[in-house]
Design a protein around this ligand. Structure first.
Ligand SMILES: Nc1ncnc2c1ncn2[C@@H]1O[C@H](COP(=O)(O)OP(=O)(O)OP(=O)(O)O)[C@@H](O)[C@H]1O
Ligand SMILES: [Mg+2]
Length: 373
């Protein structure tokens, strides 16, 4: 298996196909009884940003530390740029890690912080000066070489941490929740800045976050982890619109779940809800058995008519809460069987539903994702 992989990678180097910079082969990490990472297989392609997303404790940092070489897998293998590096120490892997708390040297200037890795690599002072100058331009902090790091704002410190990682020209940049200490506005600015730097340099990046919005906006692809396992991998639109399990459906975005049994008659699928009501299902999904229909709030609409237009499903309910968020309004509607549905509407003045209104929750019959339970 290992031999096969090496051969395939050499072919990739010679051909035009996209190279997997990082290749994880059933990587597992146990800490005593704790299965922190459980059989993760993952390929990261050259030049992409892959976001590792998942709740606290699901194994994101442990996985990143195994790629960097700070943690040894209990089982499985780590490949970087076509080489098996499972037994290679961190300083001999071509990766750079950026930490949540920046981990800058407080008693040093910006220049010395960034130059540190280059001095270790025995670059000449002239080369170091030029590289530090260039990377400070890149992160938008030209001329700040002589500042002490304590004299910098949080956002500036984050940029120095990024510069320090980039300056050694790693093939893969590993970022562990690097923006989580910044306030919301700065975080959004840094997100765009980071993405444009990554595109400019063309570096491969693995970005750990537990913030789904950050993953959706930043990632070319998102790998979702749950209890040590990689549960779904795909581009942001794919994981949002086609979650492959209830965990992903509930973790990414808001979702409404209707539970029932699938029935198929003459090619048409129906979900018979536990309440006895019937709704039509999209063509894709199981043909029978217990299932969940997952619907996003923006896929739903509200009407006062019990005669919805053809092609729409409709279930009756009562508006229980109205959450006004400026351009969006979220209505929480209690269905007759007690299920709560969240319905999103742009510019809610349009209908202006009020608490207590009797409504029908509607959605196109070919909408939603059906998951087996
Ligand atoms: N050195 C260690 N010794 C023992 N258990 C550990 C160690 N490091 C991590 N763990 C455990 O492994 C699991 C995964 O931890 P990890 O830090 O990778 O999670 P995470 O997804 O990065 O979480 P967070 O979002 O909170 O940073 C957790 O249960 C954690 O307690
Ligand atoms: Mg972590």
């Amino acid at each position: 298996m290992i031999g096969q992989r090496r051969q395939a990678t050499e072919q990739e180097f010679q051909g035009d196909c996209v190279l997997d910079i990082v290749h994880l082969e059933d990587v597992t990490k146990l800490f005593g009884e704790i299965r922190a990472v459980d059989g993760v297989r993952l390929d990261v392609q050259e030049g992409e940003i892959l976001c590792l997303l998942g709740p606290s404790g699901c194994g994101k940092t442990t996985l990143l530390r195994m790629i960097a070489g700070f943690e040894k897998p209990t089982a499985g293998r780590v490949w970087l740029s076509g080489k098996d590096v499972t037994a290679v120490p961190p300083e001999r892997r071509n990766t750079a890690l950026v930490f949540q708390n920046y981990a800058l040297f407080p008693h040093m200037t910006v220049f010395d912080n960034i130059a540190f890795g280059l001095k270790v690599r025995r670059w000449s002072m002239r080369e170091i000066r030029s590289a530090v100058h260039e990377v400070l331009e890149l992160v938008g902090m030209p001329g700040l070489e002589e500042r002490w790091v304590q004299q910098l704002s949080g956002g500036q410190q984050q940029r120095v941490a990024l510069a320090r990682a980039l300056v050694v020209r790693p093939s893969t940049l590993l970022l562990d929740e690097p923006l989580s200490n910044l306030d919301a506005k700065l975080r959004m600015q840094m997100r765009s800045h980071l993405k444009s730097i990554q595109r400019q340099v063309g570096i491969t990046a693995i970005f750990v976050t537990h913030d789904q919005e950050e993953a959706l906006t930043l990632g070319d692809r998102i790998a979702i982890m749950h209890e040590g396992k990689l549960v779904q991998l795909g581009c942001p639109r794919e994981v949002y619109t086609c979650p492959n399990c209830t965990f992903v459906a509930s973790f990414i975005g808001q979702s409404n779940c209707l539970q029932g049994q699938v029935e198929e008659k003459e090619g048409t699928r129906t979900l018979v809800l536990d309440s006895g009501e019937r709704v039509s299902l999209p063509a894709e999904g199981p043909a029978d058995g217990a299932a969940l229909l997952v619907l996003r709030p923006e896929q739903l609409g509200l009407t006062s008519s019990d005669n919805p237009p053809q092609g729409l499903n409709a279930l009756p309910g009562t508006v229980e809460h109205v959450n006004y968020l400026g351009e969006m309004v979220y209505y929480e509607v209690r269905l007759v069987d007690g299920t709560m549905m969240t319905v999103a509407e742009y510019g809610g003045e349009l209908h202006g539903w009020k608490e207590g209104d009797k409504v029908w929750v509607t959605w196109p019959q070919d909408t939603g994702r059906v998951l087996t339970t």
